[in-house]
Design a protein around this ligand. Structure first.
Ligand code: R5P
Length: 302
């Protein structure tokens, strides 16, 4: 089946890497907004009987996911046989339980919705906390890129004598595998969150910091209040100014400036969400996983 890759704005390097791995052409399409805010979509490629791969990271998910849906629906209407998504940052994974009466479990609803109009999904380190895998909520084939080996390579090449620190128990899965790859020790802070922006943390073993550069690793920096609380706590101990690494640097509102102001030595992220902190390039890995998923879809005849 002929393959075509369509890139959303800002994702051209990743779309080119995916197209090269899939032996696909990059297709042209247009997305613009009418004055009232509604989207206009036009596809300039013949997509009949094709497998179309869309490339879009879902930070700012509410506006982008409507654009995604409208493009996917247009492609189906134009005769595309499959529509798959390369989505370096997959949104709506954190509300994975009903924490208080009446709350929606939005991760589940969002997954059901994407599964209703996509045939496959590739992403990077989705926030799997209470779910063991994406298949618990996504009913389409999915593939996950692990960022840990690339982060470990970055730490080895950039940080002298590191000790890795996860700011909360959820981060242990990432921080432990980065530590293995970087061949250095790690520890996990205990975190208490009392609101979207109210976070406190404590370090179990301050003596383990002696003579080392702390490297905070978390999957998501959103308000960055988790990282900020960790940076402040470490500096009070005291420790060397910590390096902060986020897989997905969302950095909402004042987050990025506030993290620098808290005393971070460096702030870096993977290029899953476009941001000035991007320092760890995952495009080739993501493209490779897209090619593997494409073969899987072929084999399943889906
Ligand atoms: C928590 O479950 C995640 O792993 C991150 O620690 C969290 O999303 C960070 O959020 P914020 O940057 O808003 O503190």
């Amino acid at each position: 089946m002929k393959r075509i890759v369509l890139s959303f704005p800002g994702h051209k390097p990743l779309a080119e890497a995916v197209a090269a791995k899939l032996d696909a052409a990059l297709g042209a399409w247009e997305l613009r907004q009418f004055p009232d805010g509604e989207d206009f979509v036009r596809v300039d490629a013949d997509v009949r009987d094709c497998e179309v791969w869309l490339v879009l990271s879902l930070d700012r998910p509410n506006e982008k996911s409507v654009e995604l849906y409208l493009l996917a629906a247009t492609l189906r209407d134009l005769g595309a046989r499959r529509v798959a998504l390369v989505c370096p940052y997959l949104a709506y994974m954190r509300q994975d339980a009903r924490f208080h009466p009446g709350e929606g479990i939005t991760s589940r609803y969002f997954a059901q919705w994407l599964s209703s109009f996509l045939d496959g999904l590739v992403t990077v380190d989705p926030h799997l906390h209470r779910y063991g895998s994406l298949s618990e909520i996504y009913s389409i084939p999915t593939a996950v890129v692990q960022s840990a080996p690339a982060i470990a390579r970055w730490v080895r090449s950039q940080v002298q004598n590191p000790v890795l620190i996860g700011p909360d128990s959820e981060s242990e899965q990432w921080v432990s595998s980065v530590a293995r790859g970087a061949d250095c020790p790690f520890m996990v802070l205990s975190k208490t969150r009392t609101g979207d922006r109210q976070v406190s943390v404590t370090l179990p073993d301050p003596a383990a910091l002696a003579g080392r550069t702390p490297v905070l690793v978390d999957d998501i920096a959103s308000t960055a209040r988790t990282m900020i609380a960790a940076v402040r706590h470490l500096l009070e101990i005291p420790s060397a100014p910590p390096v902060c690494v986020a897989v997905h640097g969302l950095f909402a509102g004042d987050a990025y400036g506030a993290l620098w102001a808290a005393g971070a030595a460096r702030i870096v992220s993977c290029n899953t969400v476009l941001h000035p902190s991007n320092a760890i390039d995952l495009n080739e890995l993501i493209a490779g996983e897209a090619a593997a998923l494409a073969s899987q879809l072929d084999a399943a005849g889906q």
